[in-house]
Design a protein around this ligand. Structure first.
Ligand SMILES: O=C(O)CCC(=O)C(=O)O
Ligand SMILES: [Fe+2]
Length: 319
C-alpha cells in the first residue's frame, strides 16, 4: 500500500490552482489515512541535516552507554523474558524538550550549545509549518481559516509545543520487545524527522500495519512525516482520525526519531466545531417542510438550515 507523499510547494506560491491541488491532497490524506510524508515543506533542509547529525552525535556520546546499561536492555540482551515484561517496556532512549508556552531548553545542560540553538531554530520553522497546515485543515473542513489555531491557543494565547528526541538503539532480539508500543497521539498535529536509513515505524491502515519508509525520498529531498492526534479527531468531529502507530525494534541499526508535538494549550477548551455537527432535536415534520422545497439540492445546506430551527416548549422557532 503506497502511503501518501505530498509536495507542499503549492502552499507557498501564488498559483491558486496549485494551492487547491495540494489542499485536496492534504484533505484526502487527513481523512483517509491520518498521516502523510511531506516534502518541499518550507523547513531549511541544511538545518534538518545538521539537527539530525547533532542528535546522533549526542546519542553516541551520552545516551547510548546509559541505555545498554539499563535493566531493561540487559534483560532483553540476556534473553531473560522474566525481567523484561515486554507489555510495559519500550526499546527506546529519549528526552523531552518543552518549547511553548515556556521553554525548558536551558535546563538541559548536557546538550551542546550548538544542538540547543539548532533545535530552537528548527522548532520555530516547524511551528510555522504546523500553523500553515492547521489553516489548510480548517479551510478543508469548511471552517474559518484560523479556527483550529485559535481553538488550540485557548485563553493562554498559544499552543503547547514540545519535542521528543529519541533513538531506538540497534536491538539483537527484536522479537522480545517493541521500539514503542502501539498508541495514538494525544494532541494536535505531530511532525516527525526520522532516520535516513533505519526503518521501524508502522501505522495501522484499514486493519493492516503499513511500513513508513525512512526519509529522504529517492530524489534526495528531505521529508517530514506528519500525523494527526486525538484532539484533531474530536475538533473535526471524527473527520480526521488519529491513527494507531508503533515502532518495531530492529537489528538493522539504531533509528533516529525527532518528534515535535503541536498540541492545544493545557486549558484550551476542546469541542467538535459546531459547523461540523449534525442538526439535532428537530421534528421530522419540520425537516420534511424544508425538504419539500430543497429535495433536488445538496443535503449539506439543508442540514445547516435545520440547525437554525430550535424547539422551544414543543414549538419550533426559527432563529
Ligand atoms: O519514533 C517514531 O517514529 C514515532 C514516535 C511516536 O509515535 C511518539 O513518540 O509518539
Ligand atoms: Fe506517537
Amino acid at each position: 500500500m503506497e502511503t501518501p507523499v505530498i509536495n507542499l510547494e503549492g502552499l507557498y506560491g501564488d498559483n491558486l490552482e496549485n494551492r487547491r491541488e495540494v489542499m485536496e491532497q492534504l484533505h484526502e490524506a487527513s481523512e483517509k489515512w491520518g498521516f502523510f510524508q511531506a516534502f518541499n515543506h518550507g523547513i531549511d533542509e541544511d538545518l534538518v541535516d545538521k539537527f539530525k547529525r547533532l542528535v546522533n552525535q549526542h546519542y553516541e556520546e551520552q545516551m547510548k552507554p546509559c541505555f545498554y546499561q539499563s535493566d531493561m536492555a540487559k534483560g532483553v540482551l540476556q534473553n531473560n523474558q522474566t525481567s523484561v515484561n515486554s507489555s510495559d517496556a519500550d526499546w527506546e532512549t529519549s528526552f523531552f524538550v518543552r518549547h511553548q508556552p515556556k521553554s525548558n531548553i536551558d535546563e538541559l545542560t548536557d546538550l551542546s550549545d550548538d544542538l540547543r540553538k539548532t533545535m530552537e531554530e528548527y522548532v520555530k520553522q516547524v511551528t510555522k509549518l504546523a500553523e500553515t497546515l492547521l489553516g489548510v485543515m480548517s479551510e478543508n473542513l469548511g471552517l474559518e481559516k484560523d479556527c483550529l489555531k485559535k481553538q488550540f491557543a485557548g485563553e493562554e494565547g498559544g499552543p503547547t509545543v514540545g519535542t521528543k528526541v529519541a533513538k531506538y538503539p540497534e536491538c539483537p532480539k527484536p522479537e522480545l520487545v517493541k521500539g514503542l508500543r502501539e498508541h495514538t497521539d494525544a494532541g494536535g498535529v505531530i511532525f516527525l524527522l526520522q532516520d535516513d536509513r533505519v526503518p521501524g515505524l508502522q501505522f495501522l491502515k484499514d486493519g493492516h500495519w503499513v511500513d513508513i519508509p525512512p526519509s529522504p525520498l529517492p530524489s534526495g529531498k528531505s521529508t517530514i512525516f506528519v500525523n494527526t492526534g486525538d484532539q484533531l479527531e474530536v475538533v473535526s468531529n471524527g473527520c480526521y482520525k488519529s491513527a494507531l502507530h508503533r515502532v518495531l525494534a530492529t537489528k538493522e541499526g539504531s533509528r533516529l526519531s525527532i518528534v515535535t508535538f503541536y498540541n492545544p494549550a493545557a486549558n484550551a477548551l476542546i469541542f467538535p466545531a459546531p459547523e461540523l455537527l449534525y442538526p439535532h432535536h428537530f421534528r421530522f415534520q419540520d425537516y420534511l417542510n424544508l425538504y419539500a422545497n430543497t429535495k433536488f439540492s445538496p443535503k449539506g445546506p439543508r442540514f445547516q438550515e435545520m440547525k437554525k430551527k430550535l424547539l422551544v416548549n414543543e414549538t419550533t422557532v426559527t432563529v
